[in-house]
Design a protein around this ligand. Structure first.
Ligand code: ADP
Ligand code: MG
Length: 684
């Protein structure tokens, strides 16, 4: 299976259904196979209607004796179903004419749902229905579905795919016992059918939470595929050649002379490591890890200085427009005295300006290009790209890297990733196995830990009064609005409303607003006035999470803090505490607060170590949450959970080595199945 067939190749799947499947991320047959059920329902026994008790999820079967539409203001469909023992009502608040016709008296149905007591006896609201003659008994998987896609349809499609797996593909040869734990010895087809059509005696909760051997087997294989991909990525880097970018001592001294601060010892150490790498022709692959506010930006700028001094270009990728703009702003100030030329390119750069910049980049008239994703997705020709710097890598898919690859014609650029989210060890091994790590484990002098308080929304008036005093004393503050399932559009709206409300509550306070849906230039204007002190209070969505830097802003209020992960809250909190004096972070929550949420916020209150917080988050919420990678792909496992399954990591590594040595021909199919085209790991 090299090219995996699309869902459209299945019987009964047309463009409309395919579109719905895509909404769930199900594009091809592999995606379907790896769409693990959320839970399972035991439908092995049909209960006589008379014995169906309110409160229980029950399977009944009978004949329709009456179907009618009742209710004038809000019509609903009610069908009465009878078997030898009694009768029960099926009630539908949403229904189509087709359903009404199908539930004709005399038709026989198997129905599943929760039985409720009603005024007229018992009823099931919106039962799952199957014509009795087609019904399948047994353990039934329940999947995540979307509007217009029923459980039944999904089960039917999976049945089709599982049938097609016969004979079963097996990309793994027999692995020696030290590479594959004994409990995981089973075939892929066997594990997949256990997942979707478990036998009656299967441990269903173990299957649902992933501790069942069949799920563990799949997890192992997925981790193995990712490990192989990382290793390949690392090799492709070390085989290539990068330009040597040594830095002259007096140039470094000139740069440092113009800086408004002295580097910390940790910054010096990290840069010394980078500088040594860059001086050689082996492509650097380095992760620069340091807590929020530790000062990674200037270290990255020094790396760019190395490139520029040798006539090579640097690309700096930032996760948001706001951050790209800020980086461009600070770097420009640092670089100007040295004649290093910088261009800012974002999705919002106007067409003419873009053309001009692109031409300048291609001609080598620009030393450093700063931008967002857009920078890398569009056609961008570098004259001589020698260094790629990615800020806050966890916000990206790895995909963007490959766009650059082609652009570096013949040379492999050095590669530096800055991350403010300290990556927990277990994940670091998986994701950054191919990168060497430099750590900035020290904050610039004079920083005090941000005093963090947990406060109920009910005390908002008190908070407003305090905020008023704070602002009156000439200091600035942030007010962060958050939403669940954050869509920037909705969050933006919420932020607008909050800003209006605060304007009413805080007369005379100059309030600015930034959210992700604003035009880049507008955001920049607002940020610039906030930085310049022309605004007192900045109301924002979590777009300010990454990197924004205003030392005079020493107070942050985070609304609905209970909804965010610890690592994300810590990132936000890192925006304050950058100047002199005590800073505060107020975590506002909407009562009642669950015990778990209370404990989480309390942990944040006491802990100021981003690394420990990330580990805690991982323990509490899982990897996707920690790194905010819903869309990133890099850490999105379908079956594996690096925390739950970390016990297998040593064997995963051994199995990868074994396969490379003894069965390299099996690797492409394994990667194709688990990772897709494999491009996700293509390297710069
Ligand atoms: P992060 O590591 O979170 O990206 P930044 O690079 O944005 O942190 O640095 C945070 C703030 O600290 C910035 O205002 C920066 O100018 C300042 N800074 C960086 N290094 C030092 C230092 N050695 N001494 C004082 N301030 C510093
Ligand atoms: Mg930063």
């Amino acid at each position: 299976m090299t090219a995996i067939p699309a869902v459209l190749t299945l019987r009964g799947v047309g463009p409309a259904l395919a579109a719905r499947l895509q909404k769930l991320g199900l594009f091809d047959l592999r995606d379907l196979l790896l769409h693990a059920p959320l839970r399972y329902e035991d439908r092995t026994t049909v209960t006589p209607i008379a014995a169906a008790l309110p409160g229980a999820k029950t399977l009944v079967e009978g004949e329709v004796v009456l179907t009618e539409v009742t209710g004038r203001r809000r019509p609903m469909l009610v069908s009465r179903l009878r078997d030898g023992s009694g009768a029960i009502d099926l009630r539908f608040f949403h229904f189509s004419a087709a359903l009404r016709n199908r539930l004709a008296p005399g038709s026989r149905w198997r129905c599943f749902g929760e039985v409720r007591a009603s005024a007229f006896g018992r009823e099931i609201i919106h039962p799952e229905l199957e014509p009795a003659h087609q019904a399948v008994a047994g353990i039934v998987p329940v999947y995540a579905v979307t509007a217009g896609l029923s459980q039944r349809t999904l089960r039917r499609l999976l049945g089709q795919v599982l049938d097609a797996l016969n004979p079963a593909p097996a990309w793994l040869p027999r692995l020696p016992p030290e590479c594959l734990p004994a409990s995981l010895h089973m075939g892929l087809a066997e594990t997949l059918s256990c997942l979707h059509q478990p036998p009656a005696d299967a441990d269903l909760s173990a299957l649902a939470v992933g501790s069942h051997p069949a799920r563990q087997r799949l997890a192992f294989e997925e981790l193995l595929a990712h490990q192989l991909a990382f290793r390949r990525q690392g090799r492709s880097r070390s085989e290539g050649k990068a330009p040597a970018l040594p830095l002259a001592e007096e140039r470094l001294a000139r740069f440092l002379d113009h800086l408004p601060f002295r580097l910390t010892a940790a910054q010096c150490r990290a840069f010394a490591e980078i500088r040594a790498d860059l001086a050689g022709t082996r492509p650097m692959g380095r992760l620069l890890q340091g807590d929020v506010g530790s000062g990674k930006t200037v270290v990255a700028a020094l790396a760019a200085l190395c490139a520029a001094g040798n006539g090579w270009q640097t690309a700096l990728m930032a996760p948001t427009e706001l951050l790209a703009e800020q980086h461009a702003h600070t770097w420009r100030a640092w670089f100007e005295p040295l004649g290093v030329k910088l261009a800012l390119l974002t999705a919002r750069t106007g067409a003419r300006e873009r053309r001009r910049l692109l031409a300048a980049v291609a001609a080598g008239e620009v030393d450093v290009v700063v931008g967002t994703h857009a920078l890398f997705q569009r056609a961008l020709d570098f004259h001589r790209l020698g260094l790629v710097i990615v800020d806050e890598q966890h916000r990206f898919g790895v995909d963007q890297r490959l766009a650059l690859k082609a652009k570096a014609a013949g040379w492999i650029p050095h590669y530096l990733v800055m991350t403010a989210t300290p990556i927990p060890r277990t994940l670091a091994m998986l994701r950054y196995g191919d990168l060497t790590v430099s750590v900035i484990d020290e904050l610039p002098p004079g920083r005090q830990p941000v005093e963090t308080r947990v406060m109920s929304q009910q005390r908002r008036p008190e908070l407003i009064a305090r905020l008023q005093n704070w602002l009156a004393s000439g200091r600035q503050a942030y007010w962060v609005c958050t939403l669940i399932e954050e869509s920037e559009a909705l969050a933006g709206e919420a932020a607008e409303k909050t800003a209006e409300r605060l304007a009413g509550e805080l007369p005379g306070v100059r309030i600015g607003l930034v959210h992700g849906r604003m035009k880049g230039s507008d955001k920049e204007t607002v940020m610039a006035s906030f930085k310049a002190g022309d605004l007192d209070l900045l109301v924002a969505t979590t777009v300010i999470e990454v990197g924004v830097d205003v030392p005079n802003a020493g107070l942050m209020v985070i609304e609905n803090a209970e909804r965010l992960g610890l690592a994300q809250l810590h990132q936000l909190r890192g925006r304050v505490g950058r100047g002199p004096g005590q800073s505060y972070c107020i975590l506002l929550y909407r009562p009642p607060l669950t015990e778990a949420a209370r404990r989480r916020l309390d942990y944040l209150r006491r802990c100021h170590d981003g690394f420990a917080l990330a580990e805690k988050d991982l323990e509490l919420r899982g990897p996707g949450e920690v790194l905010g990678t819903r869309q990133s792909g890099a850490l999105q496992f379908k079956m594996a959970d690096p925390v739950r399954d970390r016990q297998w990591l040593p064997q995963v590594r051994q199995a990868a080595e074994w396969l490379e040595r003894h069965a390299p021909d099996r690797i492409p199919a394994l990667l194709a199945f688990w990772i897709g085209s494999g491009d996700r790991y293509a390297d710069v």
